[in-house]
Ligand binder design. Structure first.
Ligand SMILES: [Ca+2]
Length: 214
């Protein structure tokens, strides 16, 4: 009888939304885990896309949305965000579980890459194109979701390759309650069709170095 209950439980879970979204000390679902699907942010994240434009996508290895067939850097799924030739771009935002405190220092890392293909329709020409142009990943802080109040850092992704581990230290001037990640057009460039894939966001507090006096 016990085996039967376990079997039923296992079968039922096959139809459930995967409960693999995990939390870190600061971020809900830092690995962007969810059921692969188009136009929907992963659990714990808000979509920051433009009105009348499609939201971001959650990709898995088997989903192949827009021709993307990449292995996750962590877990089962990752996020894809695009820039477009009509000047729009995509982003996601989350409320940090505990504020990143002013005058404290945090180490933040994230895995970033481009796929070899991200096939969609040009908004400018209505023709199929590969959204493969260089793209910036930008991080912003705000007091509300998707707010771009304080620019934190950026990283340029250019061309197909392996996952890049991007690490930087952040010392906020004000407490940060919302963290937002955007795909943006490179500065001084035309408004091009590009994309970035992101996975495995990590935030840890850097303890100040103390010196003992003898
Ligand atoms: Ca992941």
């Amino acid at each position: 009888m016990r085996l039967s209950i376990l079997s039923v439980g296992f079968l039922l879970c096959g139809f459930c939304t995967p409960a693999f979204a995990q939390s870190s000390e600061y971020i809900t679902n830092p690995s962007f885990e969810d059921t692969p699907r188009q136009n929907y942010p992963p659990e714990g994240w808000f979509d920051c896309s433009f009105h009348n434009e499609s939201p971001i996508d959650v990709h898995g290895y088997e989903s192949e949305f827009f021709g993307v067939k990449e292995l996750p850097a962590d877990g089962e799924t990752f996020v894809g965000m695009v820039t477009r030739d009509n000047e729009t771009y995509e982003g996601i935002s989350t409320k940090v579980l505990q504020p990143l405190l002013a005058d404290s220092t945090y180490e933040i890392s994230i895995m970033v890459k481009q796929a070899s293909a991200y096939n969609s329709i040009s908004r400018a020409t209505s023709r199929p194109v590969n959204y493969i142009n260089p793209t910036l990943l930008e991080a912003w802080a705000g007091q509300l979701s998707c707010q771009m109040n304080t620019f934190l850092w950026e990283y340029k992704v250019e061309g197909y390759g392996n996952w890049d581990l991007v690490t930087f230290n952040l010392t906020p001037e004000k407490n940060i309650r919302y963290l937002s990640l955007y795909a943006r057009h490179p500065e001084n460039a035309e408004y091009t069709n590009g994309h970035i894939l992101i996975d495995d966001l990590q935030i840890s507090k850097v303890n100040p170095v103390t010196f003992e006096r003898y």
